[in-house]
Design a protein around this ligand. Structure first.
Ligand code: NAD
Length: 362
């Protein structure tokens, strides 16, 4: 088996590591903090601004829109910023990646296959959720609300320069966000492992990441202030990001894009809605059997049941019944699930399988 492994992001991990931020800025003249309203209101941005000089951009919504990227890029060009400090969840970090190339209109690259320019300003990524692993990946997931499209843009230019991971920043996550972002980590680990693009380094990271989620997600869900468990979830998220960044995600992520863009289900929750189903579909794949065994389950069936149980345990949706899906809605979901990630799944996912999936979720 031939494989490559590249991971260009410097990682600084640990409780209180946000205090190291000002020391990382010596080589830069004009930083911009890209974040969200919540961190203006809770005083975090003011606290940072008492230690460094920086411009601030906070117009970022969950599942960031292409128009928000264009606004941020325009502000960066006007200010002449030379580094982005991205403080927030995956939405903030992803918006920052796309804004870092400072193009006029990011839509030119969104789902068009056009290569992203190499020229970009560096990013220091400071995650406040433990979910996406975006601090170490080369993907920027954007939504174009005007045409109902959610899709990633992938480019080597999008690897942050530094991931500054301070688990203390995740303590303020509301319980629902803890659950949804935490289950996203499991999807990354599992899909990275069974992806056709798998490789040994990512396999090892995936197994560790998934084990951490099964053990610590229920703990942080029950006790948001349990800092040791928060730290373990930050670790799981980061190494889960490393586990899927090269192999890429598969069927659950492909299906999550329409589930989120049409029904506004949060990203991680949308991915997990289909993960147990696809585990059962992939039970004919040897590597899925091996993953179940490495995670300590007696069979893929047991593994899939444990995923279903975990979703219930942390209060996540297990179906889409509240949306009262019509046949036309199901047709649309099947059609829009044909994202390229579907082709990374170890078992071919036909329309027949997708119809079975969505009819089960009704
Ligand atoms: P998010 O960034 O959208 O944040 C979810 C909500 O939590 C927001 O309302 C935000 O304000 C709030 N929040 C974040 N941190 C908080 C904190 N510490 N305290 C209180 N509130 C907080 O959620 P996410 O799951 O981190 O990111 C989801 C986005 O990332 C999606 O668009 C998804 O597609 C994308 N994604 C990207 C990658 C990648 O590799 N780039 C991987 C997976 C997902």
């Amino acid at each position: 088996m031939n494989w490559n492994y590249t991971q260009p992001v410097e990682i600084i991990f640990g409780r209180g590591s946000l205090l190291k931020l000002s020391g990382l800025l010596n080589e830069f003249k004009k930083p911009i903090i890209v974040s969200e309203e919540y961190f203006l209101k809770n005083g975090l941005i003011d606290k940072i601004l008492s230690a460094i000089n920086a411009d601030v951009f906070t117009e970022v919504s969950p599942n960031p829109d292409v128009t928000e990227v264009n606004k941020c890029s325009s502000q960066i060009r006007k200010n002449g910023n030379d580094v982005i400090i991205a403080i927030g969840g995956g939405s903030v970090i992803d918006l920052s990646k796309s804004a870092s190339i400072t193009v006029e209109d990011i839509r030119e690259y969104h789902g068009t296959g056009k290569n992203v320019p190499d020229d970009h300003i560096p990013i220091i990524a400071v995650p406040t959720t433990s979910g996406t692993g975006s601090e170490v990946t080369n993907a920027s997931v954007l939504t174009d609300r005007e045409i109902g499209k959610k899709a990633p843009i992938v480019s080597g230019s999008f690897f942050p320069k530094i991931a500054l991971v301070d688990p203390e920043l995740t303590v303020s996550m509301p319980q629902k966000v803890t659950a949804s972002t935490g289950i996203d980590v499991l999807c990354h680990a599992v899909e990275g492992y069974w992806s056709k693009g798998h490789q040994p380094i990512c396999d090892a990271l995936a197994v560790r990441s998934a084990k951490l989620v099964f053990e610590y997600l229920p703990k942080v869900y029950d006790d948001p202030d349990d800092i040791e468990s928060r730290e373990k979830m930050s670790e799981a998220s980061l190494i889960g990001g490393l586990a899927f960044s090269l192999p890429k995600t598969t069927s659950s992520h492909a299906c999550s894009f329409p589930i989120t863009s049409i029904y506004n289900v949060p990203h991680g929750e949308a991915c997990s809605l289909t993960l147990d189903f696809f585990a059962r579909v992939n039970a004919v794949d040897n590597r899925t059997v091996q993953l179940a065994s490495e995670l300590g389950f007696g069979s893929v069936e047991e593994f899939a049941d444990a995923i279903s149980e975990l979703k219930k345990r942390v209060g996540l949706r297990t179906d889409l019944s509240e949306f009262e899906l019509t046949d036309e809605n199901i047709d649309e979901l099947v059609k829009k699930s044909h994202h390229p990630n579907l082709l990374n799944n170890p078992v071919e996912i036909t329309d027949e399988i997708l119809y079975e999936l969505y009819n089960n979720l009704r």
